[in-house]
Write a protein that binds this ligand. Structure first.
Ligand code: DQQ
Length: 539
């Protein structure tokens, strides 16, 4: 296997070659799912950005088409950057995207429409001559003015969008209104903004139901909903969101008191996942979020050797947790059609220091669901009050998977070499804090590869899981393993972590999967279901 392919993913979305970044304008239209994405048609580093275009009937098997939007006009000559789709009431899709108009990165907002609505794949898109639709006024930083959202319509029949921006390090979601989708007027106030959060890229604003896991269209108006504002923070390249209410009279979004903006807030994913965008899928009544998962082998040289860089994470259904405090994300059900050989284990006890291998499936390309239980919380380690200000990732770096604990660390050692020279553990560690228990979930890439290179990015990604273990002494974990990605969902999708890793030994048939417990409390594997995953069509 050539270096080009050794870390290529099997069931994650990837074009045959070259660089990809943000997912753009995902939509469902007349029986077809569309995914556009930022793409360099000339190489495997960022640059020459166009909107690549792929279509699918099931979000799993894809057909790659010609780029839909590429720089060609005065209003996008220096780049066709991220944007979104809106399906207008007459069933006509329209894309809003950011055009870069000069070499200083001055940004404007443009639109594109399908050239031929009777083409089921909507291959050709045209950029009408009345572009650009929106140019930044003098109050706006012209180089921080991008990534328009899907539009939503208010009860007044007026369309609204937000555009990511920043003023004096205050991140903002600038609000624009239009009656006809052509003439857009900036609202006096942003929909929302927050100091010291830096530039907001790729904002996403959508309603979520308080009653069930169904998705809602962006323009949904009704009771029993909350709203989500997601921003991609340029400062550390993670996707953060808040949950709140939308005051439609003032046209402002107000995050709930316990939902905070910025780096201390909730993340869609505590690992490598950025510039995400969601859309409403009317056929299955759900909202789906797509996110970009960048490479971590950081040296441009690596990408050039590989000839490709970047994947999209598995599309996730997203809804509001019944607590109303956070989102839940879960891989779309269609992914399960790729499940092949299965193995199952029940009621297996793991005492302190025990580890066993899960055999009989492909450990380099698999889907694993496991539920752990334990009989008591007594052995949970003390949570050091000094850690309260640290990020979960730093706590994971201190405690890791090998330092013996009380209740945990227990979990999966994924993409492991036979003798554990390399592995990426995904695990839980439970702490007793002053008032409650804190459940740490880690996806620790620090031992993921033998490759020695200072520039390798091997973070101990981690997040806390908001579960009540007093009521239910159980924790579940699902991991999607795909050669160079480990995408994990803790407690049914409360905490998600995606790691990109580049093993040198644990590749293809030489990869192994283990379950381990390095805590003193015995853990029971109630059930473990694991499947080898098939490779979908992607050409
Ligand atoms: N990527 C795009 C921008 C966006 C950034 C350019 C986020 O529109 O802000 O490729 O990754």
């Amino acid at each position: 296997i050539s270096v080009k392919n050794v870390h290529r993913t099997g069931f994650h979305f990837q074009p045959p070659k070259h660089w990809i970044n943000d997912p753009n304008a995902p939509m469902y239209y007349n029986g077809v799912y569309h995914l556009f994405y930022q793409y360099n048609p000339k190489g495997s580093v960022w640059g020459n950005i166009v909107w690549a275009h792929s279509v699918s009937k099931d979000l799993i098997n894809w057909i790659h088409l010609e780029p839909a939007i590429y720089p060609s006009k005065k209003f996008d000559k220096y780049g066709a950057w991220s944007g979104s789709a809106t399906i207008l009431p007459n069933n006509k899709p329209v894309i809003l995207y950011t055009g870069v108009v000069d070499s200083h990165d001055t940004q404007v907002q443009n639109y594109a429409i399908p050239a031929n609505l009777s083409d089921p794949f909507l291959r050709k898109w045209v950029k009408p001559n009345n572009n650009p639709l929106i140019i930044p006024d003098n109050s706006i930083n012209k180089t921080k003015f991008r990534d328009p959202t899907t539009a939503w319509m208010g009860v007044d029949g007026v369309w609204r969008i937000v555009i990511g921006s920043m003023r004096k390090h205050r991140g903002m979601a600038l609000l624009y209104r239009s009656r006809d989708f052509i003439k857009w007027v900036k609202a006096q106030h942003p929909l929302h903004s927050s100091p010291h959060t830096g530039n907001w890229e790729c904002p996403d604003f959508f309603p979520v139901s308080l009653n069930n896991t169904n998705g809602l269209d962006a323009s949904y108006r009704g009771k029993n909903v909350k709203y989500v504002l997601k921003n991609s923070l340029d400062v550390n390249r993670f996707d953060y969101y808040t949950i709140g209410m939308y005051d439609t009279r003032k046209d402002r979004y107000i995050p709930d008191n316990n939902s905070i903006d910025g780096c201390k807030g909730l993340r869609l994913d505590y690992g490598n996942f950025y510039a995400s965008k969601s859309f409403y899928d009317p056929t299955k009544n759900r909202r789906i979020v797509w996110g970009w998962t960048n490479e971590s082998d950081v040296l441009p040289d690596d990408e050039i050797k590989k000839g490709w860089a970047g994947i999209q994470a598995i599309p996730r259904k997203v809804w509001l947790d019944h607590s109303g405090k956070q989102l839940i994300q879960w891989p779309i059900e269609e992914l399960e059609t790729l499940r092949k050989q299965k193995i199952q284990l029940n009621n297996k006890k793991l005492s302190k220091g025990e580890m066993f291998e899960v055999k009989g499936i492909s450990a380099s390309q698999s889907d694993i669901e496991v539920s752990f239980s334990f009989s008591s919380l007594n052995k949970a380690e003390q949570f050091d009050p000094n850690w309260a200000d640290l990020y979960a990732q730093d706590v994971c770096a201190i405690k890791g998977s090998t330092i013996q604990g009380g209740l945990g660390p227990f979990g999966l050692a994924t993409l492991a070499s036979k003798n554990l020279e390399e592995y990426t553990p995904v695990f839980f560690r439970v702490f007793k804090a002053q008032k409650n228990y804190k459940v740490l979930m880690c996806s620790d890439a620090r031992r993921s590869t033998m490759r020695q290179n200072e520039a390798m990015y091997k973070p101990s990604f981690a997040g806390y899981v908001d579960v009540d273990l007093v009521d239910m002494k159980k924790l579940s974990l699902r991991s999607l393993i795909d050669n160079s990605v480990v995408e994990s969902f803790g407690a049914g999708g409360k905490t998600c972590i995606t790691s990109r890793v580049y093993p040198t030994l644990a590749i293809h048939d030489n990869a192994h999967l283990f379950v381990f417990n390095n805590g003193s409390e015995t853990i029971t594997i109630e059930t473990l279901n694991a499947w080898s995953m098939d490779v979908p069509k992607m050409h």
